[in-house]
Design a protein around this ligand. Structure first.
Ligand code: FDA
Length: 509
């Protein structure tokens, strides 16, 4: 059993953790960061290349014997491995998460979307929206290397036919669409298409990791933090729980191998502790520490105000048989085009129906890069979550439960049905039952949010109530939904919290 004594410990290397690490090290503080997944860059990247969507290897999947994508090919492996994409299965919901140094940035679609100002204010009534719009969102965009797809490239690339068709179909159905920024480099993508560099987004890589092109956190925040020389990142370090001590916190860690077996145990004593294990991980740490670490001073809100950002995955069959073309009296534009056999994995557009009070949603126009024309339009719909769910700890499982019922998601299915119906009426097609039973997947969650909400479980700067020197600056702070893909908001929130924490809580050192 090992024991270490340090000053500042960050648990988790996603957006919240990366911002904390950069701002602490820039302020001259030494930081140790723990990550349960792999450092994919170590030993010359020997566990890479990452898998593409079509032929996942065991590095695609966190400690399971088959791949877990919501669609696409399911592959079986001989050996479990600490792969990059995890799926946490609960009673009514399956939550996806990235594993490894960089967290969700390793597996996500890179969409860096700023929420609606009015909705941000509704979700965070006590935060200064103008300050966020003038300072923290622009800062997050700059540090994350956000860029936009050039119009001319978007208009002509065969790899974005799916998006162009998606937009024009939406317009036909009377919806408005928007182009959304991304952290995938479109300069790189253009070179991919020209055959000048290895293909990544155009080579079907995304949810199992991108080998090129994406400015994930190990290339931005974490790289900058490491450059200070003050950050040490320890991978395959999974925190079990935390206990309060005289001088701070004792953090109990299982060190695992790439098969997921515990090979050593370590206790790290630290003065200041930053919990940034993501909405699921941070909430689990809080609840487990309540139970095993006797940390009973938390605010009663811990575990509540949780949601899936109103995620529903749905799609349409753009039926392309001669029969249907005649039956529906459709023009070629409707039925002969499909979404293309070539598709970039990086979404760049969405249907913005946010102003429709009865059916407020944002629908990401998603690719389905199967490598052949599948005549399927795919959407990840994002909704409000007016009735949030809850996370609890079950000692008999030594794990969390997610309480997510019909009342929490029924409006999301209603909105999805409304959207698909209108799209089909204007463009032809049927709900895609091929992909999900009934064609609607409200049990999917790419965007877990909440469980330790700002202003409730923490103060207005991420300081955990009931304790000193204990902080949260990740997706757990956001109450259940933000209405668009969340990482830009999480990054901006973390920047805002860290500015205050460093200014005030470190002034005595
Ligand atoms: P995040 O999950 O990023 O990081 C937490 C880290 O802590 C992980 O690395 C984890 O392994 C580690 N950890 C957890 N428990 C631990 C423990 N006990 N001990 C040690 N380490 C632990 N968002 C968006 O804005 N645009 C997009 O296009 C997409 N697309 C998308 C696709 C897919 C497939 C997924 C799964 C998700 C997205 N997202 C997204 C969501 C986005 O990635 C997500 O909101 C952020 O990564 C959340 O950032 P956090 O810092 O909160 O946690």
């Amino acid at each position: 059993h090992m024991e270490e004594n340090i000053e500042n410990l960050v648990i988790g290397s996603g957006y919240g953790g990366a911002v904390a690490a950069l701002r602490l090290t820039q302020a001259g503080k030494k930081v140790v960061m723990l990550e349960m997944g792999l450092d994919w860059e170590k030993d010359d990247g020997k566990h890479k290349p990452f898998s593409d969507l079509i032929t996942p290897k065991n590095n695609s999947t966190w400690l399971k014997k088959s791949s877990q994508a919501p669609m696409m090919n399911i592959a079986h492996f001989n050996r479990k491995f600490t792969g990059v994409l995890d799926r946490l299965d609960f009673e009514n919901i399956k939550v996806y998460a990235g594993r490894g140094v960089g967290g969700g940035s390793l597996v996500n679609g890179g969409m860096a979307v700023q929420p609606k100002k009015a909705y941000f204010q509704e979700i965070f009534p006590d935060l200064n929206v103008d300050k966020f719009w003038n300072t923290y969102f622009p800062l997050a965009q700059k540090e994350l290397d956000v860029n936009e797809i050039p119009d001319d490239y978007y208009e002509q690339s065969p790899y974005y036919k799916f998006a162009r068709v998606g937009e024009s179909e939406a317009h036909k159905a009377g919806f408005e669409t928007v182009r959304v920024p991304n952290v995938y480099s479109f300069e790189y993508m253009k070179k991919e298409e020209a055959g000048e560099v290895p293909k990544s987004a155009l080579g079907k890589e995304v949810i199992y990791g991108n080998n090129h092109g994406k400015q994930s956190l190990e290339k931005t925040y974490l790289k900058k933090a490491l450059k200070t020389g003050l950050l040490i990142i320890q991978d395959l370090h999974r925190v079990d729980y935390v206990e309060e001590t005289k001088n701070g916190y004792a953090v109990y860690v299982d060190i695992i191998d790439t098969a997921g077996l515990v090979i050593a145990k370590k206790t790290i004593n630290c003065k200041k502790l930053f919990l940034n294990a993501g909405s699921m991980g941070t909430t689990k740490l809080l609840l487990t520490s309540m139970h095993k670490g006797k940390m009973t001073n938390f605010d009663a809100s811990v575990g509540s105000n949780w949601g899936n950002n109103g995620n529903v995955m749905t799609g349409r069959n753009m039926v392309n048989t001669l029969f249907n073309r005649v039956e529906n009296d459709a023009t070629d534009a409707n039925f002969s085009t499909g979404t293309g056999s070539k598709q970039s994995t990086i979404p760049v557009s969405g249907v913005d129906n946010w102003e429709d009070k009865k059916h407020a949603f944002f629908a990401e126009i998603s690719p389905l890069p199967m490598g052949l024309e599948v005549y399927t339009a795919l959407y990840l719909i994002i909704n409000k979550v007016p009735v949030p769910g809850r996370i609890s700890y079950d000692p008999s499982l030594d794990d969390i439960r997610v309480h997510w019922e019909e009342k929490n998601f029924k409006h999301t299915v209603k909105n999805a049905k409304y959207f698909i119906k209108k799209m089909n009426k204007a463009n032809g097609g049927t709900p895609s039952g091929l992909l999900w039973k009934g064609g609607y997947g409200p049990d999917i969650c790419y965007h877990p949010l909440g469980g330790a909400v700002i202003g409730k479980t923490t103060d207005l700067f991420g300081r955990v109530k009931g304790y000193k020197n204990l902080y949260i600056t990740d997706g757990a702070l956001v109450p259940a939904s933000i209405g668009v893909n969340p990482f830009l908001t999480i990054t901006a929130l973390a920047e805002y919290c860290m500015e205050e924490i460093i200014k005030t809580d470190f002034s005595e050192d």
